[in-house]
Design a protein around this ligand. Structure first.
Ligand SMILES: NC(=O)c1ccc[n+]([C@@H]2O[C@H](COP(=O)([O-])OP(=O)(O)OC[C@H]3O[C@@H](n4cnc5c(N)ncnc54)[C@H](OP(=O)(O)O)[C@@H]3O)[C@@H](O)[C@H]2O)c1
Length: 282
């Protein structure tokens, strides 16, 4: 069983939601932390709470991971702190929701930048150092959305499919080096993931961030290479997508997402724009 005590973990997207839960859970298991996200105030507030509650060192690096230079900047800041990262939790992620066409491209591009480009950038820099040292761990937070196409979350699900494929391949590349790589696939989790959009999750079918974080870290500690830290039903779609033709799966997920209202979902900032397009079309 992997022991987190006195290890140093870098958690991206630690200012709220699942990343905050990973940070809290790691601190409670004795890990020192480096918290990364854009919201410096939220990170410092969390760092203060963690230091007060646990005997751990907590540092903060404020960075915008949609900037292609961010992984280098973050690693330079880690070096300035004089720290080695033992565990990288690549958790920061964003997702556009709504139809892909006829909507601004920017949220989908942000999703690719944060979920994919920043993630592989950090793995490339920190993973190489871990292999050199002969130990370390990487947890890439993907999603159950990684396993099937998701109409109305098309770009988001595709970024998570990338994370799944990339992580599985890398885990094999580093096998035997002392470095372990795991993908975590939460299902719907009660966070502010859809904040700023008109979409929402059904509270009856969401897991708590604390449970998901604890489940992920338990799975990593057990040496697993993939983790489904949510309730069992969250995993059902994963099996369906393995058994059914891909077009059938896309129809099914499209139908589920239409029922959830995602076909009409938009960023809150876009609503005025969409109303005026709709009234022009009437
Ligand atoms: N919630 C779910 O149902 C669910 C399900 C499966 C997988 N996931 C995955 O879990 C991860 C965490 O999501 P969440 O639900 O906790 O979402 P969340 O509550 O919206 O938190 C997202 C985190 O990512 C950070 N972030 C966003 N854009 C960033 C940027 N440009 N640079 C740096 N940090 C950035 C945010 O911090 P700042 O805004 O302060 O930068 C925040 O800390 C994501 O990878 C998501 O895809 C979530």
């Amino acid at each position: 069983m992997h022991d987190y005590t006195h290890t140093t973990a870098l958690v991206t997207g630690a200012s709220k939601g699942l990343g905050e839960a990973y940070a809290r859970e790691l601190a409670s298991r004795g890990a020192h932390l480096i918290l990364v996200a854009r919201s410096a105030d939220a990170l410092h507030a969390l760092a203060g709470q963690l230091r007060a509650a646990h005997s751990v060192r907590v540092d903060v690096i404020a960075a915008d991971l949609s900037d292609r230079r961010a992984p280098r900047t973050v690693v330079d800041a880690v070096d300035e702190l004089g720290l080695d990262v033992d565990l990288l939790v690549n958790n920061a992620g964003v997702g556009a929701v709504g139809p892909f066409l006829g909507r601004p491209l920017e949220p989908t591009l942000q999703s690719v930048d944060v979920n994919v480009t920043a993630l592989i950038g950090l793995v490339h820099l920190l993973g190489a150092r871990m292999v050199e040292r002969g130990h370390g761990g990487i947890v890439n937070v993907a999603s159950t959305a990684a396993f099937q196409p998701m109409p109305y979350q098309a770009g988001y699900a595709a970024t998570k499919a990338f994370v799944l494929s990339f992580t599985e391949a890398l885990a094999e590349e580093v096998r035997g080096t002392g470095v372990r790589v795991m993908a975590a696939h939460p299902g719907a989790t009660a966070t502010g993931f859809f904040d700023g959009t008109t979409a929402s999750m059904n509270p009856k079918s969401t897991d708590s961030p604390a449970d998901v974080a604890a489940g992920t870290l338990d799975d990593f500690a057990r040496g697993r290479s993939l983790s489904f830290p949510g309730r069992a039903s969250q995993r059902a779609g994963v099996w369906a997508s393995r058994l059914l033709p891909r077009t059938t799966v896309a129809r099914l997920t499209g139908s589920l997402n239409r029922k959830a209202g995602f076909a009409e979902a938009a960023d809150v900032g876009e609503l005025g724009e969409l109303d005026s397009i709709a009234s022009r079309e009437k």
